[in-house]
Ligand binder design. Sequence first.
Ligand SMILES: Cc1cc2nc3c(=O)[nH]c(=O)nc-3n(C[C@H](O)[C@H](O)[C@H](O)COP(=O)(O)O)c2cc1C
Length: 195
Amino acid sequence: MQKQIWKAGNMVYPLPAVMVSTADTLGNDNILTVAWTGTICTNPAMVYISVRPERYSYHMLKESGEFVINLTTEKLARATDFCGVRSGRDIDKWKEMCLTRGKAQSLVYAPVIAESPVNIECKVTKVEELGSHHMFLAKVQAVQVSEEHMNPNGKFELNKTGLLAYSHGEYLRLGASIGTFGYSVRKKQVKKKRK
Ligand SMILES: Cc1cc2nc3c(=O)[nH]c(=O)nc-3n(C[C@H](O)[C@H](O)[C@H](O)COP(=O)(O)O)c2cc1C
């Protein structure tokens, strides 16, 4: 495969574009969209978000040391984009996007976004000042998942919630499943021949 060589840059895609809700110590809260996010440890469950210090939300994250990662869906695509291009300095994004505050189930004060199918409540353990972005490493305190997406066997059907992916400047819906974890080495079931 012939390649072009580009200068160093960010090309790890696709990513989730999540809506992060946070609050300051005076009780003001806000939502910002974050694509620089991910899981960094299984046990303890840990995640990160990287945020530019000039964002209005930054002081809330720094002061409170907490935030909620709200997963986004096709239905929430417009709100996801909006919360990433407008600042809480100027407008109330909850009101503009008709998003509802829900209560966190752990000791996190920041509200969860009720319309999101998964809310990940986090407490910051470390801030790494990397450069343009400061990375907030955080321990997951609790996870809320929507009952609406539970199947009759009690399994959470995350991949039926319409999750949104962000890749190279575009929001995309996920496609059909092409395998499950470990499928490449799993023995194929031999169909019994009818006699
Ligand atoms: C898809 C998308 C992803 C974004 N990812 C990040 C990110 O990872 N970190 C960041 O600091 N800003 C990111 N932004 C920009 C902020 O969300 C944006 O500047 C927002 O208006 C900040 O809101 P605030 O000023 O109310 O805090 C992203 C924006 C979009 C649309």
